[in-house]
Design a protein around this ligand. Sequence first.
Ligand code: IMP
Ligand code: MG
Length: 182
Amino acid sequence: MPHWTEKVPDEVGEILIDERQIQKRVAELGGAITRDYQGKNPLLIAVLRGAAIFYADLIRHIDLKLRIDFISVSSYGAATRSCGEVQLLKDVESSIRAVDVILVEDIIDSGLTVDYLLRNLRNRGPASLRTCTFLSKPSRRQVQVQIDYVGFEVPDRFLVGYGLDHNQKYRNLPFIAVLDGV
Ligand code: IMP
Ligand code: MG
């Protein structure tokens, strides 16, 4: 058993996606983006903070001269469900006009966050705009959003690890686990 299991409290339950499955799938996504963007220099925008772990792994599997940037929106806070209001906390530092942009998310749940971000970014005239999400919970969607690359579709359960948190905890777990009692 890996060393960190000792530190994981009881509320972290079943492992839904283990480290090996994650790494294999992230490599596949990187390969797909590499093929689709041949001859281009996309700007990959990570949505902080959740996507940071996925993003760091993903970009190292993309064999292109890409650029990176970060955007931050208000999160759930201590709640486990989206309140539906999205606020921009930190904008990207690059101009995206005429740029091939890929927005990278940790998870698309209701879709409200990505919907807001896509509308916001699209207004700035990018050459193209696609989304790549590590996880998707299709059963929870409130707005239909365009998802171009998805790592895994997951059931409607509260998940932690690999960037996903509960009250800022568990982001560093190298797997995706179900949080019991949430
Ligand atoms: P949406 O706006 O409802 O699609 O929510 C997107 C954001 O909610 C994600 O970027 C996550 O930060 C958070 N979120 C949604 N589901 C989960 C979960 O199961 N665990 C942890 N965070 C989640
Ligand atoms: Mg997020």
